[in-house]
Design a protein. Structure first.
Length: 543
């Protein structure tokens, strides 16, 4: 029986995909070998002026695997990577996958105690570091780390004296046979951003990325003729998932160094990209740019953009001609919730996807009735299609995966039709005078104001030693807005107790490299001399 694997992917036929891709084919080496034989010289990766075919990418992985093996890296060893979107990142990442080692991509914004914790927790003895970040490592020279050697990427400043021995990535022409990895083996350890506490290393098995690619390609309708362009960092699940989508379907992947509002549409047009990937904050940033003839020069038909506020969907599609697909996923899970174009409901993330189960629990792990807010919990029906735990943190693993469900920490509500609405991070909910307030819902109102570019809502401690609602506001270029005007805008759009008491107008919000607001920094900053306090002003809320 001749089965078209891409038709099965687009149809998301999980049962037949099990036959087309049996368990042993759900590891990177097996998948890479299989697809290199099928697609050969077809273009797989474009990165600047470097282009790699499927066959060349397999060779790169096998050669890099031998390089690591010759350096003493064994199966199960961890290798840290701090590097921008460069070919060397992929070289080391794929080399680790090929030789059975575990890649540990590091957020390039990691510094100090956070980076020290990650390096200790991961146990990496080898780190591959772009020259621009060598100083970050040198600052850790007094730390008691397992690190023994650094391989450098790019031009190292003359006279640099590092605590650890360093050299460029060794050149190697020999190839090694792929290590016989299993789908359950850890492919990479990705550390959480640490926005609410210490960073946790998420153990992502080979099979998880296989199913990430399947589910995302199905939603976006990816085929062999597509060009997938991402500007998201490779230490992020989203960008790594893009590689697996291309690998699974025969599509081509374009990797840009970083996101640029001014160059984004020109880049899509230059590469004739048909599919792209955005994070929530990027969509309003693109919309805030003055309309231009470059807005429609591209061939892009669809963008995966989870977390985009509902009010931006229609304006984005109308202006740029690109459909937005929402959804839910996390480093620990997979692409669990989404909706096809004809199923989309504005304000909803969609429904659970094939291969997963979801429920909404209360604080005692009892399922709540439809429409009642609670914590989203997830489990998979396909083996190892979600993460296997937190590396070296058994207590955190047991806590998150208790009662055979992964506890997401996200507050949601599910309706009787199965559509799931995101309400807030559980830890971002604000408790004010007996009322639970969703910071996410307040933020959606704020960013709907025509003068506001971005906003973050978080708890501030008041003189009564309880939570009050505080908002940090970034205005659009050239716009002005008074606190009273913003209060007038908020009042008819939210409950009176949700209206922010404290306002800070700031130039920018502290963001992670993934575009997430670092609310802990805003909470630490708290109330300052520049903070507007509604209760110390003449403004009175109507009730």
């Amino acid at each position: 029986m001749n089965i078209d694997q891409n038709e099965l992917i687009r149809a998301e036929n999980v049962f037949q995909l099990r036959d087309v891709f049996p368990p042993q084919a759900r590891t990177f080496p097996e998948l890479m070998t299989r697809q290199a034989e099928r697609y050969g010289d077809r273009r797989l990766i474009t990165l600047g002026d470097r282009v790699l075919s499927f066959a060349q990418t397999r060779t790169l992985a096998a050669t890099a695997g031998q390089t690591l093996r010759m350096a003493g890296v064994k199966a199960g060893d961890t290798v840290a990577i701090m590097c921008g979107n460069r070919l060397e990142f992929l070289q080391v990442f794929l080399g680790c996958a090929w030789c059975g080692a575990i890649a540990v991509p590091l957020n390039t914004a990691s510094r100090g105690t956070q980076l020290e914790h990650i390096l200790k927790n991961s146990g990496a003895r080898l780190a591959v570091v772009e020259a621009a970040y060598l100083g970050v490592f040198d600052a850790l020279s007094d730390a008691d780390l397992p690190l023994q050697q650094i391989w450098t990427v790019g031009d190292v400043p003359a006279g640099l004296a590092l605590f650890w021995p360093y050299c460029p990535i060794p050149e190697q022409s020999d190839q090694m046979d792929a290590y016989p990895s299993r789908p359950s083996d850890t492919l990479a350890i990705l550390y959480t951003s640490g926005t609410t506490g210490v960073s946790k290393g998420v153990c992502c098995p080979h099979a998880q990325y296989f199913w990430w690619g399947i589910h995302t390609a199905a939603l976006l309708g990816v085929s062999e003729t597509d060009v997938l362009l991402t500007c998201l960092p490779l230490f992020h699940t989203n960008a790594l998932n893009t590689l697996f989508q291309a690998l699974l379907t025969g599509a081509s992947m374009v990797l840009e160094p970083k996101f640029s509002v001014s160059k984004y549409w020109l880049s899509l047009a230059a590469h004739q990209a048909t599919v792209t990937y955005l994070l929530g904050a990027m969509v309003p940033m693109l919309l805030s740019k003055e309309a231009s003839e470059t807005d429609r020069l591209h061939k892009t038909r669809i963008a995966l953009a989870p977390g985009v506020p509902p009010q931006f969907h229609a304006p984005f599609t109308e202006r740029f001609g690109v459909a937005i697909r929402d959804g839910y996923g996390s480093t620990e899970t997979n692409f669990v919730i989404s909706a096809l174009s004809h199923e989309q409901r504005l304000g909803s993330m969609g429904k659970v996807r094939p291969g997963f189960e979801i429920a909404v629990f209360d604080e005692d792990d009892n399922e709540v009735p439809d429409g009642t807010p609670g914590e989203l919990v997830i489990r998979a029906s396909e083996p190892f299609s979600i993460a296997t735990g937190y590396f070296g943190m058994p207590e955190k693993t047991v806590e998150a995966w208790r009662n055979l469900w992964f506890h997401s920490g996200d507050r949601v509500a599910k309706d009787s039709d199965g559509y799931v609405q995101f309400l807030d991070r559980m830890k971002d909910a604000i408790r004010r005078r007996g009322e639970n307030i969703s910071s996410f819902e307040v933020e959606q109102v704020l960013v709907a104001h025509p003068s506001i570019q971005n906003a973050a809502v978080f708890p501030a401690r008041s003189e009564l030693a309880e939570d009050e609602v505080m908002a940090s506001i970034v205005l659009k270029a050239g716009m002005t807005l008074t606190p009273a005007e913003l209060m007038d805008f908020c009042q008819p759009r939210m409950s009176y107790f949700s209206v922010p008491r404290f306002l800070d107008f700031v130039d920018e919000l502290p963001l992670t490299e993934n575009g997430k607001v670092q609310k802990f920094k805003l909470i630490e900053r708290g109330i300052t001399d520049s903070t507007w306090d509604r209760e110390k002003s003449d403004y009175k809320l109507a009730r």
